[in-house]
Design a protein around this ligand. Structure first.
Ligand code: SAM
Length: 220
């Protein structure tokens, strides 16, 4: 897909999702797609390889959670894999301190390489190779304002693990494929001394795939 059509689709998708990104972001994402697909030939990073699917299912799906990270200074992306949602979030909001962690060394090798590519706007983004088990100090992981994961764990396991990485006042963000009812979200939160800060369901703009994102905070 050429740069102009790709940029148009990103901006159209962002409008449909109700998020805004700078004019420079589509070109950076286009280059990131080139790196991802080049590396994917050698290292198994993603099963999604069609460009229009990378655009929607990786990039727009990551940018869709911008409302949940607005106002935060730092994000920890756990089980980041090929860098989703961490890399698009960093590109869209360059002032965010983003740390991505994954248990697979080859994936972290890719993340470190891509962060070092000049012109992608990823300078300062950290990629850490460790298994996240809820012990940030021992694991060399920071506490962050937003602790987020996509396609990593089911909600109960995620809510057991993620609060250990929260900075004071921070939110655990869960990206869910299947929408859960408010009662279910509240019950899962309450079991763990958390409250539901927000929850919203939406659809990806081109495929119509259903998504839900929910944010949780420690009870004061
Ligand atoms: N978040 C990415 C995405 O949505 O494209 C990757 C999702 S992939 C299905 C799950 C990732 O979590 C894998 O890359 C795996 O290596 C990583 N992972 C699994 N358990 C982990 C753990 N305890 N700590 C860190 N990474 C882990």
């Amino acid at each position: 897909m050429d740069n102009a059509r790709f940029a148009d689709q990103i901006q159209q998708g962002c409008r449909a999702l109700g998020v805004t990104v700078g004019e420079d972001v589509p070109a950076k994402l286009h280059r990131l797609m080139g790196e991802l697909l080049k590396w994917n030939a050698k290292v198994n990073l993603t099963a999604i390889t069609a460009e229009d699917e990378v655009l929607e299912k990786h990039f727009l799906d990551s940018l869709a959670v911008l409302p949940e990270v607005e106002g935060a200074g730092s994000v920890l992306d756990v089980g980041a894999g090929a860098g989703f949602p961490g890399l698009p979030l960093k590109m869209a909001r360059p002032s965010l301190a983003v740390t991505m962690v994954d248990a697979v060394g080859k994936k972290v090798g890719y993340l470190k390489a891509v962060v070092a590519v000049a012109g992608l706007g990823l300078t300062g983004t950290k990629a850490v190779h460790t298994r996240a088990e809820g012990k940030p100090d021992a694991e060399g992981l920071p506490r962050a304002d937003r602790v987020i994961a996509r396609a990593f764990m089911d909600l109960p396991d995620w809510l057991d693990l993620a609060p250990a990485y929260l900075a004071p006042g921070g939110h655990v963000v869960a990206m869910l494929g299947k929408a859960l009812g408010e009662d279910e979200l509240r019950a899962q939160a309450e079991k763990r001394g958390l409250t539901v800060v927000s929850a919203r369901a939406y659809r990806l703009p081109f495929s119509g795939a259903e998504r839900q994102v929910a944010a949780f905070a420690k009870r004061e």
